[in-house]
Each structure stands twice: as structure tokens, then as C-alpha cells.
Design a protein around this ligand. Structure first.
Ligand SMILES: NC(=O)c1ccc[n+]([C@@H]2O[C@H](COP(=O)([O-])OP(=O)(O)OC[C@H]3O[C@@H](n4cnc5c(N)ncnc54)[C@H](OP(=O)(O)O)[C@@H]3O)[C@@H](O)[C@H]2O)c1
Length: 345
């Protein structure tokens, strides 16, 4: 059986990635791709890699009736249009932050409030490594933020294995590529301004701090840097556990959490050039690489996590969650392993 899908906000970066994934998915057929700016233009005119797709952008005001609607729109759009989205589709997967947090007060604190707080308890967080058991049959799914996804994937095994209990100091430092800012990223993401930078852009108070805290149940100190790459988010987490932890303890913890996970690769030392996670190694794929080291001298653990922000950090995560929600093969449409060698992702 195949399912029909709409991509709302299909002219943007994550929308383009969703079209690419759904076009190659054995169980999905793309019925509609919306854009107000490019109405009636072919999707290939905006996404050159999709020139072979025979589909034109249409207006988000006239939604087709489909099985799954993926909303790839800026923060605030889905909460404003959620009734229309749910009327058009049995399952809505939102890539924005609109339904990621669980309480209205969090939106008051970290965003500009929430228009439909009564729906927050209905949504399921899309990250399967964290919330697989609640995704089956879910009809409102909130895909995670890319920085938060990288950080959560890196840190979660430490909580699963009780190496951390929640009162330890955790510092998360994320480096992220320019596509995180979307197709209309603005001056800071223009080539001339972005080229060559390692620029702290959110030293404190980044909104993803709230998301990490929500899903790990502990406070983290988060800083983000904009760096000179197109795709990728790379999280380095500095963790200060209360007692001694060996590299063997870490292998056991990370294998325990991820051995069965189809999209997590453990990369923690060894030989060669690629000894720890790097965004280059996962570019274009739905894989996350996670690794770790022990620093006994400073009683510190260092955890690394690398994802493609537009795949595991958004469109790939959204399709993975939809696969689970619909009872499809989890990995369907997501098997691409990445490329090597590859230029700057
Ligand atoms: N980029 C990333 O790495 C990333 C990672 C995780 C999550 N996200 C989240 O995913 C969402 C999309 O991000 P993006 O990077 O793909 O953004 P983007 O490139 O700026 O694309 C936004 C899309 O939404 C459409 N749109 C804007 N306002 C709209 C409205 N009021 N009604 C209907 N459509 C509207 C735009 O097309 P028209 O204006 O032509 O309609 C465009 O297609 C955001 O919420 C973002 O925070 C992004």
C-alpha cells in the first residue's frame, strides 16, 4: 500500500530534502508541494537535484487531502494552521518548534507564547531513539531541532546507563552549517559573510537548550557556533560525572543504547583520519555518528555527535518518525549511507 504526502513549505531547504526523500521512498507518493513564492513553478526550478520530478508548487491555501502532511515552515505557521493541516491529512509531521515542547509556560519563556497550547499534550517528539514506543499510530509529530537532536543523541546513553543522574555539570558546544538558517537565511548566512567563519552566534540562551532539557530531564549549558559548512551539526559535550568512568563503561553504555539503532554509528577512537564523529561522514544521510573519550585528569567525559541538520536533524528524522507512525519498515527511504570522499558538506 502506498501513502500520499504533502510537503508544505516545499521550496525551503528542509522541504527540498523531504521531497527528495519521499520521491525515493517505496511507500510514499508526493501529491502536493506548496510554496507561495514559486506557485506554478516546477520543484526542479528551485531544487536542481529534483529536476526529474514532475511536480509543480501550489498554494498552501488549497491543501489536497492526503495521508501525511509534512510542514516545513517557519516557527508559528503550523500552530496557526494546525486545524487546516489536520483536516487535510490523517497525520501531521511538523518540522518547526511549534509542538516540540510540552508546556505552554515553556513557549512563554523561550518563544513568543503559543496559540494552541491545548494541543501540546497531543504531539509526539519525533526522535525514534528517544520516543519510538510512542510514535506508532501518532497523528501529530514534532520533529526535533537539529542542535538539540545532536546533543540529545550524544548525551542520552549516559542517562540510560545511570552514569549521569541529572545533577552534574554539562556543557554543550555545537558547530552548525549555514543551511540551518533556511533558504532565506539572511545576511549572516550569505556567502561573503559566512565564508571562513567560526562564529559564536548563540553563546547563551539558545532555544534548543529548552528542548534538550525537556527530553534529557536535566539542565545543560548550551553554546552554538556558525561555521563555514553548508550541512551539518557537530556537538561536543563536556560532562563532569560524580564518580570515575572508564572507556569500557562508556562503550557498554553507548552500545546498550544504540546497538539496535539503525541510524546511529558509534565512532570513538581507533585509527585513520575519521576517528571521531564528523558531519562530513554523514552528509546527505539520516545517520548520526556518536563518539566519546575519557579525560581522567579533569574528571571529564567528552562526547561527540555529528548529524546532517537537514536529514537526521529534520527531514530524515521526520520520515523516520512517519515510517514508525504508519507501521512501515523503519528504514524505508532512508538507507543512503553518505559519501566518501566528499567536499565541504
Ligand atoms: N534548516 C534546518 O537545518 C532545520 C533543521 C531542523 C528544523 N528546521 C525547522 O524546519 C522549518 C523549515 O526550515 P527551513 O530551513 O526549510 O526553512 P526555509 O528554507 O526558510 O523554508 C521555509 C518554507 O516555508 C514556506 N513558508 C514560509 N512562510 C509560510 C507561511 N506563512 N505559510 C506557508 N508556507 C510558508 C516558504 O515558502 P513560501 O514563502 O514560498 O511559501 C518555504 O518553502 C523551520 O521551522 C526550521 O526551524 C530547520
Amino acid at each position: 500500500m502506498s501513502y500520499t504526502a504533502s510537503v508544505v513549505g516545499a521550496s525551503g531547504f528542509t522541504g527540498g530534502e523531504l521531497l527528495r526523500l519521499l520521491d525515493g521512498h517505496p511507500e510514499f507518493e508526493v501529491a502536493q508541494a506548496t510554496s507561495r513564492s514559486y506557485e506554478n513553478k516546477t520543484v526542479g526550478s528551485v531544487h536542481p537535484n529534483l529536476r526529474g520530478m514532475s511536480l509543480r508548487f501550489s498554494s498552501p491555501e488549497e491543501l489536497d487531502s492526503v495521508d501525511v502532511l509534512f510542514a516545513c515552515t517557519p516557527h508559528g505557521v503550523t500552530m496557526d494552521h494546525i486545524d487546516a493541516f489536520r483536516e487535510a491529512a490523517d497525520t501531521v509531521v511538523d518540522l518547526s518548534a511549534d509542538f516540540r515542547l510540552n508546556r505552554e509556560e515553556q513557549y512563554d519563556e523561550w518563544y513568543d507564547g503559543h496559540d494552541r497550547p491545548e494541543l501540546l499534550s497531543e504531539s509526539e517528539y519525533a526522535l525514534p531513539e528517544l520516543n519510538r514506543e510512542n510514535l506508532a499510530g501518532a497523528d501529530l509529530i514534532a520533529s526535533g531541532g537539529c542542535n538539540a537532536t545532536a546533543a540529545i543523541l550524544g548525551l542520552k546513553p549516559l542517562f540510560d546507563a545511570d552514569i549521569l543522574s541529572g545533577d552534574e555539570q554539562i556543557v554543550v558546544d555545537v558547530k552548525v552549517g549555514s543551511s540551518e538558517g533556511g533558504a532565506g537565511g539572511g545576511e549572516a548566512s550569505s556567502h561573503a559573510e559566512r565564508s571562513g567563519v567560526v562564529r559564536p552566534y548563540a553563546p547563551t540562551g539558545h532555544r534548543h537548550e529548552a528542548e534538550i532539557e525537556e527530553y534529557l530531564g536535566t539542565q545543560v549549558s548550551f553554546t552554538a557556533h556558525a561555521v563555514d559548512m553548508t550541512r551539518g551539526a557537530s556537538a561536543t559535550c563536556h560532562v563532569y560525572p560524580n564518580g570515575p568512568v572508564s572507556k569500557g563503561d562508556l562503550w557498554q553504555a553507548y552500545r546498550g543504547s544504540y546497538e539496535e539503532e539503525p541510524f546511529v554509528r558509534l565512532v570513538a577512537g581507533g585509527s585513520g583520519v575519521y576517528r571521531y564523529p564528523e558531519p562530513k561522514a554523514v552528509a546527505g544521510s539520516n545517520f548520526a555518528e556518536v563518539g566519546f573519550e575519557v579525560d581522567p585528569r579533569n574528571k571529564r567525559l567528552v562526547v561527540f555527535s555529528a548529524i546532517d541538520n537537514m536529514m537526521k536533524g529534520s527531514a530524515g528524522q521526520a520520515v523516520h518518525a512517519a515510517n514508525i507512525a504508519l507501521g512501515l519498515e523503519e528504514t524505508a527511504g532512508l538507507e543512503f549511507t553518505g559519501m566518501h570522499p566528499v567536499g565541504a558538506p
